[in-house]
Write a protein that binds this ligand. Structure first.
Ligand code: GRF
Length: 203
C-alpha cells in the first residue's frame, strides 16, 4: 500500500506513520511521497529524515495544485492519500476521482456514515458534531464532557465522510484549546496507524 501524505504543518501524524513503518508495525505499507502546500511545514523535514520524497508545491490556484498532485500520484503509483494536517479544502472533482482512497483525520467525533449533526457518546449522551477548523475549541465552548477524534474517508462534504475508526477523548476541568488539542493528538497518533491497517485489509 503506497501512501501519499498531504500536509500543511507540523506533521506529527505523518511522524506516527513513519515510526510505525520503521518499527515494522505496518508491513506492506510505505509512504511513497509527502506533499506540502507550505514551504516551511516541519513535516517535510520529518519525511526527508526518513528518506521519503518530500516536496513543497506552492498553492497558486486549487485547479493547478490538484492537477500537479494528480500527476505526482500517478508517477509515484500512490494507492491512498492521507490528509495529515492538510489545511486546504480539496475540490469535489478531485475527491470523486479517489472514492474511499482519501483518508482524513478530524479532531472530533463523526457519526457512523459520516452525516448527521449529533453523536451519541459511549455514556449515552448526545453531543453536537463539531466540523471545521476549530473543532476542539467548539467542543470546549459547547461544554461537552467528551470529544474525540475520527479518521474517515473524504467525501465532497467537509468533515462528513464515513469513519474508519474513532476514539473518545475526555475533556478535563481547566482544559484550554491547546491542552485539549494535545490530548486529542496523542490519540490521533494511534488512530491513524489503526486506520491505515484497517484500510489495507479492505483493499
Ligand atoms: C490534527 O489534529 C488533525 O486532526 C487536524 O490537523 C492536525 C494535524 O496535526 N486535521 P499534525 O500536522 O499531524 O501534527
Amino acid at each position: 500500500l503506497r501512501i501519499a501524505a498531504l500536509i500543511s504543518g507540523s506533521g506529527s501524524n505523518l511522524q506516527a506513520l513513519l515510526d510505525a513503518i520503521e518499527a515494522r508495525h505496518l508491513p506492506g505499507v510505505e509512504i511513497a511521497l509527502v506533499i506540502s502546500n507550505k514551504a516551511n511545514a516541519f513535516g517535510l523535514q520529518r519525511a526527508l529524515k526518513h528518506k521519503v520524497p518530500a516536496l513543497y508545491l506552492p498553492w497558486r490556484t486549487r485547479e493547478e495544485w490538484e492537477r500537479r498532485v494528480i500527476d505526482l500520484l500517478q508517477l509515484f503509483q500512490v494507492d491512498v492519500i492521507v490528509l495529515a494536517g492538510f489545511m486546504r479544502i480539496i475540490s469535489a472533482d478531485f475527491i470523486t476521482r479517489y472514492p474511499e482512497r482519501i483518508i482524513n483525520l478530524h479532531p472530533a467525533l463523526i457519526p457512523d456514515g459520516g452525516k448527521g449533526d449529533t453523536y451519541t457518546t459511549s455514556d449515552g449522551s448526545l453531543i453536537p458534531v463539531f466540523r471545521g477548523m476549530h473543532a476542539p475549541l467548539q467542543a470546549l465552548e459547547a461544554g461537552v464532557r467528551v470529544t474525540g477524534s475520527t479518521v474517515h474517508y473524504v467525501v465532497p462534504e467537509v468533515d462528513a465522510g464515513p469513519p474508519i475508526c474513532r476514539r473518545e477523548v475526555p475533556i478535563e476541568a481547566g482544559d484550554t484549546e491547546d491542552t485539549l488539542q494535545e490530548r486529542i493528538k496523542k490519540v490521533e497518533h494511534q488512530l491513524i496507524v489503526e486506520a491505515v491497517k484497517i484500510h489495507q485489509q479492505r483493499v
